[in-house]
Design a protein around this ligand. Structure first.
Ligand SMILES: NC(=O)c1ccc[n+]([C@@H]2O[C@H](COP(=O)([O-])OP(=O)(O)OC[C@H]3O[C@@H](n4cnc5c(N)ncnc54)[C@H](OP(=O)(O)O)[C@@H]3O)[C@@H](O)[C@H]2O)c1
Length: 316
C-alpha cells in the first residue's frame, strides 16, 4: 500500500486546525494521515486527538526551529496564526514568516495558508472613511494576514491561499450572540446595515481545507475563498428566532458606536464589518457557496449550524 501523505496541522487543538484533523481522520481511505501540532502534547485536547488516531507533536509558531521539526517528512501543512492570542499584527506577520520558512526548509509539497484580504488594497491609509489603526492598518487582523501572503509567494512555496469567513461560532464563544435588552427581548447587534455577511461553521473550514488537499495540485498558487452562507443581520436574527423559539431582533449598530464599544478589538472588528459592508459585492462575490460545497459536500447552512449548536449560544 502506498505511504500516506502526512498533513501537519497548526492549531490542531483549535477551530480551523481541529476541523481539518477530524476531517482527515474521518476518511482514512483517501490516503492522508495527520500530524497535529500543539504547544502542549499533554493537554486534554491533545490527548483526545491522539486517542482519535492523530500523531501529536509539539511546536510553537514563534519558534521556527520547532516548526521545521514538526513539518519534516510531511507532504503538506495547514498554516494558521492566532491574532486574538496577542492582538499584534507585527507578531502575526513574523509568525507567518516562520511558517513559510519552516515549510520551505522542510520541502513541503502543498501548504494551505489561512489568510484574509489586505483591506488596504481597497481602503488605502489615506482614505478616511474608516480610522487607521495602530499607525498602518485599516483592519489589523485582516491586513497582517494579507500582507504576509508574500512570504509564501517569495519562497515559491506550493501554496493555496485560503480566505475564510466570519465563524458563526462567534455567537457562542466570541461574545457576539444575541443579548437581552432592558425590555427583556433578545437582539443580535451587528453594524452590518442591510448588507450580507459571509459566514461559515468553523468546523467546515478544516473540511474545505481537506477538500483542497484531496484535489492535488489544482489549487496550488490559487486564492480560494469560502463561506457557508451569505446572510444579512436581519436574516441571521430571523434564523435565530426560528431556532431558539423566541424572538431575536436585529439591531443595526452604527459603525462608530460599534468601534467605541470598548472591548479589545472593537475598532478592528468595526472596521472589518465596514469593509465587508462597503465592498459587499467583491467580498461576498469571492466567497461562492456552491464552490465551497464542492470542496466540502457536508458544508452546513446557518440553519443547519443553528440546529446543532443553538443550545450552546449563551443568551445573556
Ligand atoms: N473568529 C472568526 O470569525 C475568524 C474568521 C476568520 C479567520 N479567523 C482567524 O482565525 C485565526 C485563529 O484560528 P482558530 O480560530 O482556529 O484558533 P483557535 O480556535 O483559537 O485555536 C488556537 C489553537 O492554536 C494553538 N496556538 C495558540 N498559540 C500558538 C502558538 N504560538 N504556537 C502554536 N500553536 C498555538 C492553541 O493550541 P495549543 O494550546 O494546543 O498549543 C489553540 O488551541 C485568527 O488569526 C483569526 O483572525 C477568525
Amino acid at each position: 500500500m502506498a505511504e500516506k501523505k502526512v498533513i501537519a496541522v497548526v492549531g490542531a487543538t483549535g477551530a480551523q486546525g481541529g476541523g481539518l484533523v477530524r476531517a482527515i481522520l474521518r476518511e482514512p481511505s483517501h490516503g492522508f494521515a495527520t500530524r497535529a501540532i500543539t504547544r502542549d502534547t499533554s493537554s486534554a485536547k491533545a490527548k483526545e486527538l491522539a486517542k482519535m488516531g492523530a500523531e501529536v507533536v509539539a511546536a510553537d509558531i514563534d519558534d521556527v526551529e520547532s516548526l521545521k521539526r514538526a513539518f519534516d517528512g510531511a507532504y503538506g501543512a495547514y498554516c494558521v496564526t492566532f491574532y486574538w492570542a496577542h492582538v499584534s499584527p507585527e507578531r502575526e506577520i513574523a509568525e507567518a514568516a516562520n511558517l513559510a520558512n519552516a515549510a520551505k526548509r522542510a520541502g513541503l509539497r502543498h501548504v494551505i495558508w489561512s489568510t484574509l484580504e489586505d483591506t488596504r488594497r481597497w481602503v488605502p491609509l489615506s482614505d478616511d472613511r474608516m480610522p487607521t489603526l495602530m499607525g498602518k492598518y485599516k483592519v489589523p487582523h485582516y491586513d497582517a494576514k494579507g500582507e504576509a501572503n508574500h512570504f509564501f509567494a517569495d519562497l515559491s512555496l506550493p501554496t493555496t491561499f485560503l480566505q475564510t469567513s466570519f465563524y458563526w461560532d462567534n455567537l457562542i464563544g466570541f461574545g457576539m450572540g444575541p443579548k437581552r435588552g432592558s425590555d427583556g427581548k433578545l437582539a443580535l447587534a451587528l453594524p452590518m446595515g442591510d448588507k450580507k455577511l459571509p459566514g461559515i461553521a468553523a468546523e467546515d473550514i478544516g473540511r474545505c481545507a481537506f477538500g483542497i488537499f484531496k484535489r492535488g495540485r489544482e489549487f496550488i498558487g490559487k486564492t480560494v475563498s469560502i463561506a457557508g452562507g451569505h446572510l444579512t443581520g436581519a436574516q441571521m436574527a430571523a434564523a435565530l428566532t426560528r431556532a431558539l423559539g423566541q424572538e431575536v431582533r436585529y439591531e443595526d449598530v452604527p459603525l462608530d458606536v460599534y468601534r467605541r464599544l470598548g472591548f479589545s478589538g472593537a475598532e478592528d472588528l468595526g472596521n472589518m464589518f465596514q469593509f465587508v459592508r462597503d465592498f459587499e459585492k467583491a467580498y461576498v462575490g469571492a466567497r461562492d457557496i456552491a464552490f465551497t460545497r464542492s470542496l466540502n459536500p457536508a458544508l452546513q447552512t446557518f440553519d443547519e449550524w443553528l440546529a446543532r449548536n443553538k443550545d450552546r449560544i449563551p443568551l445573556e
